[in-house]
Ligand binder design. Structure first.
Ligand code: 0O2
Length: 213
């Protein structure tokens, strides 16, 4: 590569990532609107935490190599669908599904893939509802569609996943068997807590409010 070709490649890569950032911002705005409207209408906030991240260049390269993807922008665009990621953390499982339904029902959103790891957890105990959605973004050059991976989960699922992630990296993916078993067990405990909190929440909502005079 000549220095000019390298500069062009850098510019193309920056533009490539920028498009994902825009897609991510569109999804964050949509979820923020749903949260604020819910708060206004029902005096209740179904989203505890909203976060987003762009995959790092290193992590994109690692996935391209691991999946044997052709290192061209077009192939990467087609095969790596989690470059833009938004995470929606809710108090209750029911809210995670409700937000998924409300987002995916919007008529400018196309659902490309859904992986329901809440209904079918991963063998290690991981739970979350994943959706790859495509959102339109309007640039000066016209309309593009950007895939964004949206993960819906509860606080308990998020707590578990963040610890598991740390352990996985600490042991460079070779986690000792007894720790894996403990993690699996902790995932069960997290699910029980989710079920219990949801039951309590439903019960409280059914009771009449105490009016202070
Ligand atoms: P990060 O740090 O969030 O960017 P892949 O495993 O990526 O080859 P696929 O089908 O693209 O396969 O992934 P999938 O199953 O939809 O899950 C991708 C993301 O979900 C991960 O992103 C994690 O955020 C989360 N995830 C999936 N499985 C686990 C798990 O077992 N434990 C934890 N803690 N998180 C999980 P990244 O890119 O791995 O990480």
């Amino acid at each position: 590569y000549s220095p000019q070709q390298l500069r062009d490649l850098r510019d193309q890569f920056q533009q490539f990532l920028l498009e994902y950032r825009f897609g991510m911002q569109e999804i964050e705005t949509k979820l923020g609107i749903l949260r604020d409207e819910f708060q206004q209408l029902h005096d209740y906030n179904p989203i505890e935490h909203l976060s987003s991240r762009l995959k790092s260049p290193d992590s994109i390269v690692e996935k391209v190599v691991r999946k044997g993807v052709d290192p061209e922008f077009a192939s990467i665009r087609e095969s790596i669908t989690d470059i833009a990621g938004v995470r929606v953390t809710c108090s209750f499982v029911q809210d995670a599904y409700r937000l998924f339904d409300l987002l995916t029902a919007q008529d400018d959103i196309t659902v490309r893939l859904v992986k329901d790891y809440i209904a079918e957890p991963k063998p290690n105990g991981y739970k979350s509802l994943h959706a790859i959605v495509e959102v339109p973004v309007f640039l000066s050059t016209g309309r593009i569609t950007v895939p964004v991976e949206v993960q819906f989960r509860t606080i308990a699922m998020d707590f578990w996943a963040s610890l598991e992630h740390k352990i996985y990296y600490k042991y460079a993916a070779n986690v000792p068997q007894e720790l894996l078993a403990e993690l699996k067990d902790a995932a069960e405990t997290a699910s029980e807590l989710d079920a219990r909190m949801e039951r309590l929440h439903r019960e409280v909502r059914q009771r009449p409010a105490v009016v202070r005079i």
